[in-house]
Design a protein around this ligand. Sequence first.
Ligand code: CAA
Ligand code: NAD
Length: 281
Amino acid sequence: MKTVMVIGAGQMGAGIAQVCAQSGFNVYLNDMNEAALEKGMKNIEKLLARAVDKGRITDKEKVDTLTRLTPSSSFQDAKNCDLVIEAVVENMDVKTSVFKQLDEIAPAHTILASNTSSLPITEIASATSRPEQVIGMHFMNPVPVMKLVEIIRGLQTSNETYQAIEDMTHKLSKTPVEVNDFPGFVSNRILMPMINEAIYTLYEGVASVEDIDTVMKLGMNHPMGPLQLADFIGLDTCLYIMEVLHEGFGDSKYRPCPLLRKYVKAGWLGKKTGRGFYRYD
Ligand code: CAA
Ligand code: NAD
């Protein structure tokens, strides 16, 4: 494993590309949106400069990391890659279209991984001719800080693919956890209903945004309150995950809160758009 391509330069893709490049891999960072690609690359530079200021890395390490990173606007760059990690929007149609294209371009040995938060890996894999080389590699946000990677086996994922991704996770100085292919895996099956419940608590007028977050921060020692965390993750992503849980389990306990739907419809997607439960201007 020498060269990695990351598809999607949003908050997750940029973080994954940064961590891979810092760990010595050559990385192509791809986005179909030029402005998003530029923003992703700038964010990486900013975070590396901060790490230099804090004395965590040397200036040379920063320069070497940036040298290993190449912005990409074409999936054709997958031709040069041993691993592709997809981190585009949480939507099955978009992801299967990306995997279908990558399958046609990437060399036969290349592993295709998805950073999906909740979507079935087995279904994503079925869009390709190499389902045994398709796997879930679920990083947590913010990627440079969070230690966990959930590794999700699809129905046909081979042991060789699993082992290669587990080894890669260790090389990124992260801790892997093996998970079977179920809606929301482990992380979001547990986290997202809590966030959705916090939104219902607000919707039903039980307490204010700030007070709900304060209860969970001071009462449960969570680093962020659930509404702040929802803004941080992205309200669109939270809604898509709740929809996957709701549809996947067919249980009404996973119904997304109408207030979450309303905010997403309004374009209030959280921190990334400047407004969610809080304002970021
Ligand atoms: N990107 C990179 N680094 C970041 C960052 C970001 N977005 N935000 C904070 N950091 C870094 C800071 O630079 C800082 O590093 P230094 O010590 O070098 O300065 C460090 O993290 C701590 O940051 P702060 O002191 O500013 O703030 P904090 O102590 O409150 O920590 C936090 C910030 C780590 C994000 C913390 O609030 C936290 O752990 N929040 C919860 C995060 C969480 O639950 N993530 C999982 C989300 S769910 C998910 O990812 C799965 C999914 O599918 C939706
Ligand atoms: P984001 O909205 O910040 O970024 C998505 C990026 O993908 C955008 O820049 C968009 O232009 C790009 N994109 C969309 N379609 C594309 C395509 N066909 N080709 C190339 N680029 C394309 O989203 P995000 O928060 O980074 O989430 C990305 C994925 O990671 C989702 O599957 C999400 O569920 C998952 N995830 C998110 C979090 C989180 O906390 N936000 C945590 C773990 C996993």
